[in-house]
Design a protein around this ligand. Sequence first.
Ligand code: X2X
Length: 336
Amino acid sequence: MGKNGIARRAVMAGAAGLPLAFVHRAEAASLVFKYANNLPLAHPMNIRAKEAAARIAKETDGRVTIQIFPNNVLGGDTDMLSQVRSGAIQFFTLSGLILATLVPVASINGIGFAFKDYDQVWATMDGPLGAYVRAAIGKSGLLAMDRMWDNGYRQITASTHPIAAPADLHGFKIRVPVSPLWTSMFRALGAAPTAINFNEVYSALQSHIVDGEENPLAIIATAKLYEVQKYCSLTNHMWDGFWMLANPRAWARLSPADQAVVAAAWNDAALAERADVAKLNATLQGELEAKGMKFNQPDPAAFRATLREAGFYAEWRAKYGAEAWGLLEKSVGRLA
Ligand code: X2X
């Protein structure tokens, strides 16, 4: 009998007889969870996630191993959303706006020009509106950790011209992420948006399938979008953040104590990442200018007025419903 035969017999005997050593090993075996995301390794999200993974391994005595799959190596966002729902991946950070393809209210933080500053953002998303959205995510069959991770205030980049006023957006071929809110907002501003997952953005810009896109400075820098974009207009047109999503069946395989360790590690990492991104966004303009990007700072009032006149706020208030909209306005003041 060859080596394979012996190995097969050993496995079968183990399964049937369950000798003590075998059971012991099985109990000690680490649960290996995949965490996937859409951002480059250099982005603070991946830096802090790596630290969290090390903390989780240490504080669970090796019972939980997190493998990180950055930079869309497991697919685009809409694909990874299917994977975390099916359990093919166990953790996934996703923009609330894209998650809205499954949980409609999750895009509410992206309403145009809603948040005056970061203090207002975090008071809202760590407060009642965040809890409301998390509950909706829970009902949809996914689990969201308490703390959102910062993506940031979004800015418009272009290869063709700076965006200084709403008229500069007329007919502008702009990539937006896959999300009804994004498409609706840029249509209301008069642009011609195309929904494209982030893993295809660089090449779409390079080949001029679109002339522009919009993202926070930390992404424009770490994903090297400055290589294929000339202008950056500091529109701050919406705030975007990521929910750390877990597959609930995978989560249920953890003991309550290990769940607490994993949740604390992800939530603390989110807080550290928020500070990193805020710092980066304050300093990156100079770096991007040195790489050749031209910056301008438009007055947001005209963009807001265009959205209002197009019925954008009224339309989305009706979509989200009075309760969610009320929670948002309680934090940020009247929008429509
Ligand atoms: O797709 C984008 O533009 C990104 C990376 O900002 C999001 O995750 C929404």
